[in-house]
Ligand binder design. Structure first.
Ligand SMILES: Cc1ncc(COP(=O)(O)O)c(C=O)c1O
Length: 387
């Protein structure tokens, strides 16, 4: 059997060694606590579960859905964008459902990239921004995110040759993995850059609803001119505890939304109608739910940041996302520090290098674990690495 060369182009799986060590510890009967994955631990709002059950009982939802999406779903997305962001969207041409932000981001590469073209991808960043271009037979060009610039790319540092062959630019604020939020004026500069170089901006809005300390995250589409050059991928996964449901939407530039739709009609058969109806309920009746969850994550964030400071880690508390991003103490690499934490505390944290070369020197803690377990993990960090 011979698999495609395209698969060989993927980088090695950077969590492999960590996973081997975790398995080894578990085999020894050690209670390992994982703060590695960003997958909300609390349930989906009851109103959304009820809407799914109700819709699933209706045989009218049991056939192939349309890739354009049900009017109820598209109108709910448009209503949410109007209320929450003050952004007007045409439900007929500017909104299409996606089976999660991951599917959408991946397929945009197939819809927009040719072999000689590139996608500009944040480094560190969500791995699909680089894996997607590779699997599409194209390439990504990394845009470093560094603390000195507030974890936004320096657009002036993008080489003219890369800007000329770029068709896509991936951005994501509030940002995974750094927890950074977008600085004032940055999206405006992005619109200008995209216009100048004819690039489609893809703003991954997976975390706009999870923010703290009174901060309210904007949509990229609030920026004047954004709809001329960009789309936003809005996911219900994190805000509404719906990672298992695969519910998201691509919204914005009608031509880009149409290209995505045309590609998708050849790949999948759309989102289960009952899930679309339940997602519509989330965006209407449960529109305030992410605020309640944000209060939970803010409390957990404080618990983690206090403990990290006590063990000598210089951490900045994030204003959004479900992650804490912190520099590893001097003398360590990301991998060696994560191994030390596992060895000494039986707690799993993610090595920053797994998110790109500029993630090296950092580690990421996910806040999606029950309060008691998080409390236990924090106690272990304090007692084993504290002094
Ligand atoms: C930045 C970012 N985009 C997309 C996703 C995937 O979201 P979805 O569940 O909507 O596919 C994640 C999940 O961790 C993420 O961090």
């Amino acid at each position: 059997m011979r698999h495609s060369e395209r698969l060989d182009r993927l980088p090695p799986y950077l969590f492999a060694e960590l996973e081997r060590k975790i398995a080894e510890k578990k085999a020894q009967g050690i209670d390992v606590i994982s703060l590695g994955i960003g997958d909300p631990d609390l349930p989906t709002p009851q109103a959304v579960v009820d809407a799914l059950a109700e819709a699933a009982r209706d045989p009218g939802t049991h056939q192939y859905p349309s890739n354009r999406g049900r009017p109820e779903f598209r109108e709910a997305v448009a209503g949410f964008y109007r209320e929450r962001f003050g952004v007007e969207l045409d439900p007929d041409t500017e909104i299409v459902p996606a089976l999660g932000a991951k599917e959408c981001v991946f397929n945009l590469n197939l819809a927009f990239l040719d072999p000689a073209s590139v996608a500009l991808a944040a480094d560190p960043g969500y791995p699909v921004y680089t894996g997607g271009p590779l699997l599409s037979g194209a390439e990504s060009v990394l845009m470093p995110l560094v603390p000195e610039l507030g974890f936004v790319p320096d657009l002036d540092a993008i080489a003219p040759r890369d800007a000329a062959r770029a068709r896509l630019m991936y951005l994501n604020y509030p940002n995974n993995p750094t927890g950074a939020v977008v600085p004032e004026g940055f999206f405006e500069r992005v619109v200008e850059f995209a216009r100048e170089h004819d690039i489609l901006v893809v703003h991954d809005a997976s975390y706009t609803e999870t923010t703290f300390d009174g901060y309210v995250a904007p949509s990229f589409l609030e920026t004047p001119g954004a709809k001329d050059v960009g789309v936003e991928v809005f996911s219900l996964s994190k805000g509404w505890n719906m990672t298992g449901w695969r519910a998201a939407a691509i919204v914005g530039n009608a031509q880009a939304v149409d290209s995505y739709w045309r590609l998708k009609t050849n790949i999948d058969s759309g989102m289960f109608d009952a899930v679309q109806l339940a997602a519509a309920r989330a965006l209407t009746d449960a529109a305030g739910f992410p605020r309640e969850m944000s209060a939970v994550y803010a409390r957990r964030r404080d618990l983690v940041c206090d403990a990290l400071r006590e063990i000598g880690v210089q951490v900045t508390a994030p204003k959004g996302t479900i992650y804490v991003w912190a520099p590893v103490p001097e003398g360590h690499t990301s991998a060696s520090y994560c191994e030390l934490v596992l060895e000494e505390s039986a707690v799993v944290v993610s090595p920053g290098g797994a998110y790109g070369p500029n993630g090296e020197g950092f580690f990421r803690i996910s806040l999606t674990i029950a309060d008691e377990r998080l409390g236990e993990a924090v106690e272990r960090l304090r007692s084993s690495l504290g002094g």
